[in-house]
Every structure is written in structure tokens, then in C-alpha cells.
Design a protein around this ligand. Structure first.
Ligand code: SF4
Length: 368
């Protein structure tokens, strides 16, 4: 695994330095630890990072509508980013002359194909899912096939010693051709293939609208808001992470199943994206103060009789209360320092020093 890690680090360096596509000169190279696990059970290949999504968040399929749909589809079939490596046919955001997202040209896809091949070889996931026609054509540049999206969707095809499952792109435009409900059925099929491919141990049971991971994240965030009153979005993520760490230390078990990644200003819970706050924490209220997003609970929710936090065991609630009491009042700088002193963050910093690269968007906690 160490050799694989080193090869990956080398690949990341080459991608970051790549200048093969002239119109991508100013786009981020969305490739690195944030793509996911190098021992993933499934590899998803999208088309290209989106302007408002991965190009900004540097986490593939996160932060825009396509990312939201993708994460929602994963959640609803019981898959998580812990299981997956997520990448794109081209690793930079192609923009048109107005600065909007554009489809990558065939030559841009061809330019990036050697990087895609290296990723496929390194991760070596038994199941590969292409998201959209561009990704399916990119796969053919790595190892030839004659599949078309329309005829081969939701079927397993043996390809390059792996199972290839073509699926539609989760963006809104593709939903016209393949509805969300139909795509959900595709993802159920994919999840089943992943479970079979990993001897049935891959994942938890699929759930309905909100996954168990999101339900628990929402419930835990709600306790923090109940205890602290209004919190900045920054503090909410940090307190949640601190509670996860304390719970892990006390019981060797995760408090929620949330996916936490290392970002520039510390850990960030992917499920708790700003656009999902009201879905995860019913009755939550947000306002912007200066450049900060502030989060609180409406008064009627705060004094309601039942709480969604009831789904959490008493020990988890106690830890959340303690964390809110101890760290909830700290200014951002001191809170950040406390977070960086936790064992998982120290381990991330140690790895970054050893590898001599930042691990932005890599997972910072073990899978639940
Ligand atoms: S899309 Fe791929 S080939 Fe083109 S500049 Fe980015 S990394 Fe290089």
C-alpha cells in the first residue's frame, strides 16, 4: 500500500503541473486525496469538475447541484464516499467564453486519458461506473469497448478485467433523459454489484430519503445548536468533529457515519453542506453576518417537546453537550487550534509532512 500511496503522490504532482489543455490554464486540477480511498470498492468517473462544484470545493462531485444529486443517490442506496474513488474524465473545469461550464472536447478527453488509465491501475477497483456519455467514451480510450450509454446503462460489462457499469450523469441536464427515480434504480443496481464484488460486506442497509449518516449528523448538529444557541457554520463543523473524536476515544466507535475531510481551515463534514442544513436540521435558521454564515434553531423548534436528537444514544448526547460547553464559546482561532491538536488531525499533519504534500479533502476519520 505504501508503494501505491507513493505512486499516487507522484501522479498528483504530475497532474497539478499538467498544461496539456490550453483553456484549462486557470482551472484547478481537481485531483488528490479528496478523490477517495486507494482501496475503493468502486470507482466513479464523471465528465469534468463543475465550475460551482469541484472546481471550487476541489472535492469531486460536491458543492453544486450535480454533486448534491450524486451524494443523495449514494446515500439512498447505502453507499458512502468511504467505499468510493471519485474522479473525472478530465481533471480540470472546461469553461466556455462566458466562463460557464462547457463539455470537454474530444482532444481534451484524449489529453487526460493517460491520467485516467493510471488511476484505474492504481485504485484497481473491481467495479467501475462511468457517469454520462463523455466518461464512457473516455473509458474506451483506456481500454477499447463499443458500448453506448443508451444501450448499456444499468448492465454489467466485463471490461479490462473489471465490471463496468455505465450510468447517466447526475447533473440536472441529464435528468431530462434519465429521471432521478430511474437513476436511483441504477444506483441500487450499482450498490448490489459493489456488495457482491466485496463479498457482501461493503455497506450498510440502504435507507429512504435521508441516509442514516445524514440523519445522525443532523441530530448531532441539532444538539450542538440546542446547547450553544447560534453558531457559525465554521464552528458547527468543528464542534461536530470534536464530538466525533471524543466519542471515538471513549468507545472506539464513531458518533455518526458522516464523512469528514481535511480542508484548509480544518475538518469539514461533507453531509453538513450549507445547502442541506434545513433538510438535515428541521427548523434551523441561517443568516449571514459579515462574511460568516450563522446557524441557529427557531424558537418554536428549540422549545418543542420532541427532538430529532432522540435518535442518538444518551452517551453521544452527553459528549455533544460537553463539547458544546467546553468549546462552543471559543473564538474561531482558538477552536481551530484545539481541533488541530486532536489525534486524527495530528496524524493528517504527520502524513502531510512525510509525503510532502497537502492532503486537502482526504478523509480524516476512520470509516464507521
Ligand atoms: S484536463 Fe487533464 S490533460 Fe487537460 S490540463 Fe487538466 S490535467 Fe492536464
Amino acid at each position: 500500500m505504501m508503494a501505491t500511496r507513493q505512486q499516487f503522490v507522484d501522479l498528483v504532482r504530475r497532474v497539478k503541473a499538467c498544461k496539456r489543455c490550453p483553456r484549462m490554464a486557470d482551472s484547478a486540477r481537481v485531483f488528490g486525496a479528496g478523490c477517495g480511498s486507494l482501496s475503493a470498492k468502486v470507482m466513479f468517473i464523471g465528465e469534468a469538475p463543475g465550475r460551482l462544484g469541484a472546481d471550487a470545493s476541489e472535492l469531486p462531485f460536491h458543492g453544486d447541484k450535480s454533486g448534491h444529486n450524486f451524494e443523495s443517490l449514494l446515500e439512498q442506496v447505502g453507499l458512502s464516499r468511504y467505499d468510493a474513488f471519485v474522479t473525472n474524465a478530465v481533471l480540470c473545469n472546461p469553461k466556455d467564453e462566458n466562463g460557464n461550464n462547457a463539455t470537454p472536447t474530444p482532444s481534451e478527453v484524449a489529453n487526460c486519458a493517460s491520467f485516467l488509465k493510471e488511476q484505474l491501475d492504481l485504485v484497481d477497483a473491481p467495479v467501475v461506473v462511468t457517469l454520462g456519455a463523455v466518461a464512457l467514451r473516455a473509458a474506451a480510450l483506456v481500454t477499447a469497448h463499443t458500448l453506448t450509454l443508451k444501450d448499456s446503462v444499468r448492465k454489467v460489462h466485463l471490461w479490462a478485467g473489471r465490471q463496468l457499469i455505465p450510468a447517466y450523469h447526475p447533473g440536472q441536464r441529464a435528468m431530462v433523459h434519465r429521471s432521478f427515480a430511474n437513476q436511483l434504480a441504477d444506483y441500487q443496481f450499482i450498490a448490489e454489484a459493489v456488495r457482491r464484488g466485496s463479498g457482501g460486506s461493503a455497506r450498510r442497509k440502504p435507507s429512504t430519503k435521508l441516509s442514516r449518516a445524514s440523519e445522525k449528523v443532523g441530530a448531532a448538529a441539532r444538539v450542538l445548536l440546542e446547547e450553544s444557541g447560534e453558531l457559525s457554520y465554521f464552528a458547527l463543523h468543528k464542534l461536530l468533529f470534536m464530538a466525533e473524536v471524543r466519542h471515538l476515544e471513549a468507545s472506539s466507535e464513531r458518533l455518526t457515519e458522516g464523512y469528514y475531510v481535511r480542508q484548509k481551515d480544518g475538518p469539514y463534514c461533507v453531509e453538513l453542506h450549507a445547502s442541506r442544513l434545513t433538510a438535515l436540521i428541521p427548523g434551523c435558521f441561517t443568516r449571514t453576518v459579515g462574511r460568516q454564515l450563522m446557524v441557529s434553531l427557531r424558537q418554536d423548534v428549540l422549545f418543542g417537546v420532541t427532538s430529532q436528537a432522540d435518535i442518538l444514544p444518551p452517551a453521544a448526547r452527553r459528549i455533544l453537550s460537553e463539547v458544546a460547553g467546553k468549546y462552543g464559546h471559543l473564538p474561531a482561532g482558538k477552536l481551530k487550534t484545539a481541533i488541530y491538536l486532536t489525534a486524527p488531525m495530528r496524524e493528517v499533519m504527520r502524513k502531510e509532512k512525510t509525503l510532502r504534500m497537502n492532503l486537502f479533502n482526504s478523509a480524516v476519520l476512520p470509516p464507521p
